[in-house]
Design a binder for this molecule. Structure first.
Ligand SMILES: Nc1ncnc2c1ncn2[C@@H]1O[C@H](COP(=O)(O)OP(=O)(O)O)[C@@H](O)[C@H]1O
Ligand SMILES: [Mg+2]
Length: 367
């Protein structure tokens, strides 16, 4: 029973044992030719170990049997005069060669185990970091809400107090950062709810919503039709973050465009571009990092925390895609490259739509 199970689990070893035994029989049967099967035994042993890398105990056990069996055969034949005594030296030489290979294989295995261990450690560290991010921001929510409640009560009694305005402003900033951190933690976690969305309808809806809140020269250019497998909430969060930036880093009258087209390799590119001042080239390589801000003075003035683009990048990754940026003064374009999974997109001849230049844009809370 145990032997059958062993055979089923170790067919390579079993095959090799039969092969080696047959060669040993050949060594005994044809003494003057015995160096040929002798080498077959040793070379096949080296190959099988190279593939399997047995435990040290098994390796020493098998090696001892092979040394004894092949050594005894050559010794007996040398003793009988059918083989030269010098051939006996082949046994320690082949053993040394085999052990050198064992040493290399074990070093390689130890290095692989170390790399795997480090990768696992890194993954668990990242997971703990994400969980901490989520929990910390979640815990911060309640005290911030309570503090806001108290400050608002105080403001009712002292409506003119500038200190209260400042405190409420800063609290608002903190609330937005906490919300962003929660959104980022959520975007980094698994658990996306993918469904088929109509790209054109989805982007039109988003465009209408945004073109009503900020006075920019809005333009929508969706050059494809069809359905895309995506998490609509996550995709909306990512595009909201890009459109928010396009509005935040431009001035009234500047152009902001939302566009989409097929990328020619079966994917979709959704692009948010604007005609603002752009991002300095030295800031571009790290622009998707957490807390990255291109221009601290200007960004602080506009209240950013550097958490929008990491959300965009995380959402793109979760969809199997990526986000890229191209920027120079007068044109900044962020592109979401998404592979099409489960759906199909096709070119759509719908003409581009212009938005309302004089949109309201007053009530928009930018974070
Ligand atoms: N459309 C844009 N035009 C100019 N700068 C941009 C644009 N989008 C992003 N940036 C720069 O990238 C930085 C990071 O963006 P983001 O992660 O959304 O954080 P923030 O909360 O500061 O907007 C911003 O602070 C800004 O300096
Ligand atoms: Mg932003």
């Amino acid at each position: 029973m145990r032997a059958t199970a062993w055979l089923r689990n170790n067919p390579l070893e079993a095959g090799w044992a039969v092969f080696a035994a047959a060669n040993w029989v050949a060594m005994v049967a044809w003494p003057s030719w015995e160096t040929v099967p002798f080498h077959f035994v040793w070379i096949s042993l080296t190959i099988v170990y190279g593939i399997r890398t047995w435990s040290t105990r098994t390796m020493w056990g098998v090696l001892s049997v092979v040394i004894l069996a092949t050594g005894a055969s050559i010794f007996a034949d040398a003793f009988n005069g059918t083989q030269l005594w010098g051939e006996l030296f082949e046994v320690p030489l082949m053993s040394a060669m085999f052990l050198a290979m064992v040493w290399h294989a074990q070093r390689r295995q130890a290095a692989l185990a170390e790399v795997q261990g480090l990768a696992e450690m890194r993954a668990s560290l990242l997971e703990r970091q994400e969980r901490f991010l989520h929990d910390a921001s979640h815990e911060l929510r309640t005290p911030v809400t309570i503090a806001r409640g108290h400050l608002e009560l105080l403001r009712r009694d002292q409506p003119e107090a500038p200190e209260l305005e400042v405190a409420l402003d800063e609290l608002g900033r903190m609330e937005r950062i906490v919300e962003r951190l929660l959104l980022l933690a959520k975007s980094e976690q698994q658990g996306f709810a993918f469904e088929e969305i109509d790209v054109d309808a989805f982007l039109s809806d988003l465009f209408i919503r945004w073109s009503e809140v900020a006075p920019r020269a809005w333009r929508l250019d969706v050059d494809l039709a069809g359905r895309l497998l995506a998490d609509p909430e996550a995709l909306r969060n990512a595009l909201d973050a890009l459109l928010e930036n396009a509005v935040k880093y431009t001035d009234p009258g500047d152009a902001v465009e939302l566009a989409a087209h097929a990328d020619g390799t079966g994917g979709v590119v959704i692009e948010v571009s604007d005609s603002g001042a752009g991002i300095p080239p030295e800031a571009l390589p790290r622009i998707f990092d957490r807390w990255a801000r291109a221009d601290d003075a200007r960004t602080r003035e506009r209240g950013g925390a550097g958490l929008g683009l990491p959300i965009v990048a995380a959402v793109a990754r979760a969809h199997g895609g990526r986000c890229s940026v191209e920027s120079r003064a007068g044109r900044t374009a962020f592109r979401l490259h998404l592979p099409v999974r489960g759906g199909a997109v096709a070119p759509n001849p719908t003409p581009a739509r212009e938005g309302d230049l004089a949109g309201a844009g007053q009530g928009l809370a930018l974070s």
